[in-house]
Every structure is written in C-alpha cells, then in structure tokens.
Design a protein around this ligand. Structure first.
Ligand code: UDP
Length: 475
C-alpha cells in the first residue's frame, strides 16, 4: 500500500544569510519568524510533494525547510508514494495545465480512480501523523487530492501550484476540470504568477509567491572557475588537466568529492577551454532540449569551436516524471541525425542522482563553467534553472514564456525569444552572446543583481511568514 516517505531535514541557521542579504533584510525576516513562532508551539507544518529530487519543488523545499528548522519551527517533508499509472496521470495533468496535450492520453474515470486510490492510501498513513490545527502545505497536482482528507483531520490546508500558463485553452480547462473537485476544501492557494490562477479558484484565498534559491546550497554556492573545471573533468563532462581537486562543499559545510561520472552521449569529450552553451533541464518535452540541439546545429556558426551541453538527470532518477526516458531517447535520435561535424560539438549528459549534493555540485560546475545558459522552454512554471544562471551572473537566452517573464526583462537580464519555436532567432541570440563579451557580461551582471534582490530565500520565507500571520488571524 502506498504511503508517504519522510525526508530528513537539515537544521540550518538563517544567520548565515546575513553577509549576503545585509542587516535590513535580515531584520525583516527574523522579526517575522519571531512573530509566528508561538503559533507553532503545539502544531506542525507538513510539506507534502511528489518527489525528493530532480525538479524545482524538491530543490526549494529541501533548503527552505532547513532554515525553518533553524528558526526552531517544527516542520516535516513528506513525499507521497505512487505507481506508474498514477504518475502517468499526474504528468498528463502537468502537461495540460501548461496548455499542451502531452502524449494525448486519457484523463477519464479510470485515471481518476487510480489517482484517488493512490492518494487514499497515502492519506491513511497521514492520518497517523497530521493532527487538528496542523498546517498541511500540498505541492502541485500530484497531491491536490489530499486536500479533502487533510481537511477532515482538522488541518489548515494550503495548496501550492507551481505550474500554469498565461492563456487558458481547452487543454488547460480539461486539467482544471479534473482537479476542481479536490480544491473546494483548500483554505489558501499559492501560485507563482497571478496569470496562473484559474477561474475556479477564489482570488481572495490566493497568495502569489515566487520561488527562490539558496546561495549556500551545493547548487549555488560560489564555485571558482578552476573548481568548476575540475568537477567537469572528474564527472566525465570535459577533458583537460585540472589544477585543483574535484571537491565541493556539502550543506553541512563538510567537503564532498566527485566520485560518480555522468553518462554522456558524444563523439569526444568537450575540451575544457572550448566556449560552452549549456541547458540544464529534466528530460521533459516542454523544456525542448531537442529544440536547443537543432537551433545550435543549424543557427550557431560562431565561434566555430563552440560546444553545446544538454544536461539532465539520470533518466530513472526523477520518480514523478515517467516521460523522461522517452524524451531523452528522442534527443539521442536527434543527435544521431546531426551532421558529423556538428555532432562532435553536441553532448547529451545524464547526471547521476544517487547523491543529491554531488548532483547539485556537478550542475553548479556546469552552470559556472558555461559561457551561455539557455532555457528554451515551450512552457515554464517559473524556471529555477534560469534563477540559478542569473545568480551565477551568466548571460542567458530563454523563451519569453511563463515564469521566465517574471525573471528576465529582454535585453536587460538576458535575451528572450518571443516565439519559443523560432530556432533561427534562438540560435542568433546564442551566437550574439558568444561573440559579444561586453553585452554578455553586462546581461550577466544585471541578472545577478536582480537574483540577489528578488529571488533569494529570505524573501520567500518572509512571504510564508506573512501567510502564517494571515492564518493566525483566520483561526
Ligand atoms: N536539476 C538538477 N539536476 C538535473 C536537472 C535539473 O538538479 O540533472 C535541477 C535544476 O538545477 C533546478 C531544478 O532541477 O534546480 C529544475 O527546476 P525548474 O524550476 O527549472 O524546472 P522543473 O523541473 O521544476 O520544471
């Protein structure tokens, strides 16, 4: 019987953010935490999501909850268990809510029964944990069906939807029709953008909170270029002679070593000194890794020695994403069809997921070493990969869709492509950044400044703090 797994949380003092965010921001955030701490004397917060690794939600939850622990507020992270049929249904929902048909599969009575039955099993176990007055924060469509049983237990139920689309179409409506029966009992909704809030959701019960990153996570901790090079080489992503050992800093401050290699489809390894274009994404059709590959092959001609690295998680690594293998195989097929010369400059890497922090350090090295970072999504809930590249001061070429529009103003923090299917414009923008270092540096610096001001965890936690104050008033 499916039951949730509790993911252990680190305890991290938020004080460590002080040197980065400064005393004023620190004070706002600590005052808010102080003002809600008593509320949690006899109640718990349960974050419930569908995977412990390999996507933006897992990425954020793990670091934000560590700070909450550091504020001595008791909270838990539970990851639901599901079967393949359940995750096929929720992936279908994910695609529909992004306004796309996905694989066009059914979303009828059988899928509803399967969805409800998996969540009923998970809810049985949750009954032994969640008590009246607790706060349950459900993430994304995968967990929406838990709202009714959690409400019955007397919890305050929040549902945070990290995905959405700016313009509703029939696919989007079909997705919301499926979810609507589960949402009536939700006390408060959280969306990343106002445009994502569907008509069926009461605006008065809705809060807008954008995602954030943690500057101290293994993914985002400052990495010197020599260290990034050493990690790229140790992870089997490039060839060269490192001048440093391939080590990184774990969240607890202890050193970690790169011991696993990425699985790379390529002719020869990337020379470490070659100009490098990178996209890091799950193997998901909406991230359009294949489009990046084709745009690079057809429309990036300079510099002639530039390479493209498409990096994603090991395909079995993201448990709630059953389409990963198929999309990855499509990319490999597209790579095989490339002309020999360009094929030698395109690399597809599956980065091992066995050790979350080692994976994060490898992604950090890839992003740090990149000359240009792309995010050619056809739809995008927010796009933490964009935030991560901004934080690292990288020049970015991205599609002007969804949450990317919340992060990048075209020509200021990066270059945006209005039509995500326009390979020519995308390739031209990549080439422009590869050949105009002054523009690339300026966009990167502006991006870093914006990430520092708007997309760090203190802002995110302060918004949660205000939300809790609001709940205090309601109860
Ligand atoms: N990611 C990762 N390893 C990978 C691919 C992606 O750790 O091999 C991370 C990436 O760095 C980012 C998150 O997964 O933190 C993806 O979040 P985003 O919001 O961009 O997209 P999502 O996957 O949630 O749709």
């Amino acid at each position: 019987m499916a039951k949730p797994i509790e993911i252990p949380l680190a305890v991290v003092s938020p004080d460590r953010l002080a040197p980065i965010i400064g005393p004023e921001r620190m004070r706002i955030f600590v005052d808010l935490a102080e003002s809600v701490r008593d509320f949690f004397t006899d109640r718990n917060v349960y974050n419930i999501s569908s995977t412990a690794q390999g996507g933006g939600v897992a990425e954020m939850v793990v670091v934000l909850l560590a700070y909450v622990q550091g504020l001595q507020i008791s909270n838990h992270w539970l990851v639901i268990e599901g079967n393949l049929e359940f995750f096929e249904t929720t992936k279908r929902l994910h695609n529909l809510l992004h306004g796309t048909p996905g694989n066009g599969g059914e979303l009828g009575a059988d899928q509803r029964n399967g969805y409800e039955s998996v969540l009923a099993d998970n809810a049985d176990d949750l009954e032994t944990r969640v008590k009246e007055g607790d706060i349950v924060l459900l993430h994304d469509p995968q967990t929406a069906g838990l709202a009714v049983p959690m409400k019955k237990l007397g919890a305050t139920v929040l549902w945070r939807c990290h995905i959405g689309t700016d313009e509703a179409n029939d696919y989007v409506r079909k997705g919301w029709d499926f979810l609507e029966p589960y949402l009536a009992d939700v006390d408060l909704f959280i969306f990343s953008r106002p445009d994502y809030v569907p008509g069926i959701v009461d605006m008065d019960r809705t809060h807008i909170i954008q995602p954030s990153l943690d500057p101290f996570s293994s993914k985002n901790l400052h990495m010197a270029e020599d260290q990034a090079r050493a990690i790229m080489v140790a992870a089997g992503l490039a060839t060269g002679t490192p001048v440093e050992p391939a080590i990184f800093t774990r969240t607890d401050g202890k050193p970690g070593e790169i011991t696993r290699k990425a699985d790379v489809v390529e002719v020869d390894s990337i020379p470490i000194d070659a100009p490098l274009v990178v996209q890091v994404s799950r193997w998901d059709g909406l991230k359009d890794m294949e489009g990046v590959l084709n745009a690079f092959a057809k429309h990036v001609h300079l510099p002639v020695e530039a390479h493209l690295l498409l990096a994603g998680p090991a395909v079995a690594g993201v448990t709630d994403d059953p389409e990963g293998l198929e999309i990855y195989q499509q990319c490999v097929g597209a790579w095989e069809s490339l002309d020999k010369d360009v094929r030698a400059r395109v690399h597809l890497a599956c980065v091992p997921m066995d050790d979350r922090e080692e994976n994060a350090a490898i992604i950090n090295a890839i992003q740090t070493h990149a000359n240009v970072v792309t995010q050619k999504s056809l739809a995008e809930g927010f796009g933490l990969t964009v935030t991560e590249a901004m934080w690292k001061g990288k020049p970015i070429v991205a599609s002007a869709v969804g949450g990317i529009l919340e992060q990048i103003t075209d020509g200021r923090h990066g270059l945006l492509i209005r039509d995500p299917s326009d390979l020519k414009e995308f390739g031209a923008a990549v080439q422009r950044l590869l050949t105009d270092p002054v523009l690339a540096d300026q966009l990167g610096a502006n991006a870093r400044y914006r990430a520092m001001g708007e997309f760090l965890g203190d802002r995110h936690l302060a918004q949660y703090g205000r939300l809790i104050r609001h709940i205090q008033q309601l109860t």
